[in-house]
Design a protein around this ligand. Structure first.
Ligand code: AMP
Length: 298
């Protein structure tokens, strides 16, 4: 399974990627994590990326493409991987397409975590508070100014990927505002739908998680509409049966006077019998005696 998680900073890509690692045994390839490790280790890439990242801007395409090209070659990525934070631009997506094509691999799904941008700042702030509470070092780009820049970069350079993958029928959209476990369930649903498609075919567009319930509701409405005549029929039959049972009960009451038992079971059987008899008598309309003609036919 090869999957891309797409979404603005703070959408929960990292959290969902970790859950997917636990549940599906895939590896998480986060370019952000790799770049941060490079910055920490002060490698040439790290030294190049450090200031760009701190400003909330994107590292040049060729740098991240080279990192990913190396990483997907490694053994642990052979079974499948989750790309978290890559691709972030259309040229990166095109480079990934070429990389996968050269290796005879295909992308199974691109999941967009759709979030309300107004909530992102709150999320990032709560993440910072949690990290501080755990005594962890806060990211250099986890501040209001850098976040605004990262959001600008997302809108201008990454959001076009929604159309890029949408046009290739590989995109599924999940409501990223739901609680973490519900987002995970929605992503799993996408993966199940994707796994159902033929391995040799390109990934088909899985149903957006928000759309499936709407479709189900529509079908249920249709079924309910179809059920109306049946309900009317059943109500009519019940009315007739209760009419019959009232008559039967009255008859039974008469019989009871003569010493016959009028217990529930008997009454029910009688009611049934009455309905049956009424049904049997119905076609006998022709036998109803016509009033005698009083005048002669001319
Ligand atoms: P992230 O941890 O995914 O939010 O990434 C943190 C920072 O790393 C971003 O703001 C960028 O500066 C850089 N970065 C991560 N992934 C990419 C990428 N695919 N392309 C360019 N820059 C990236």
């Amino acid at each position: 399974m090869r999957l891309i998680l797409l979404g603005p900073p703070g959408a929960g890509k990292g959290t969902q990627a970790q859950l997917l690692v636990e549940r599906h045994g895939l590896v998480q390839l986060s370019t952000g994590d790799m770049l941060r490790a490079a910055v920490k280790a002060e490698t040439p890439v790290g030294l190049k990326a450090r200031d760009i990242m701190a400003r909330g801007e994107l590292v040049p395409d060729e740098v991240v493409v080279a990192i990913i090209a190396d990483r997907i070659e490694q053994d642990d990525a052979k079974k499948g991987f989750i790309l978290d934070g890559f691709p972030r631009t259309v040229p990166q997506a095109e480079a990934l397409d070429r990389l996968l094509k050269d290796k005879g691999l295909r992308l199974d799904a691109v999941v967009e975590l759709k979030v309300n941008e107004g909530m992102l700042l709150q999320r990032v702030e709560s993440r910072i508070a949690q990290m501080k509470a755990r005594g962890e070092q806060v990211r250099a780009d986890d501040n209001a100014e850098a976040l605004a820049k990262r959001l600008d970069a997302y809108r201008a350079q990454t959001a076009p990927l929604i159309d890029y993958y949408g046009d290739r029928r590989a995109l599924a959209t999940v409501d990223g505002m739901l609680p973490i476990d519900e987002v995970a369930v929605a992503i799993d649903r996408v993966l199940t739908a994707t796994a159902g498609s033929n391995g040799s075919k390109p990934a088909r567009k899985p149903a957006a998680a928000g759309k499936a319930p709407r479709k189900a509701a529509k079908t249920a409405k249709k079924a309910a509409r179809r059920a109306v005549p049946a309900r009317k029929k059943a109500a009519k039959a019940a009315k007739q049966a209760s009419k019959g049972s009232r008559k039967a009960a009255a008859r039974k009451a008469g019989k009871a006077k003569k010493g016959a038992s009028a217990k529930g079971g008997t009454a029910r059987r009688s009611a049934k019998g009455t309905v049956k008899r009424r049904a049997a008598r119905k076609p006998m309309k022709s036998r109803v005696k016509r009033p005698r003609r009083l005048t002669k036919r001319r």
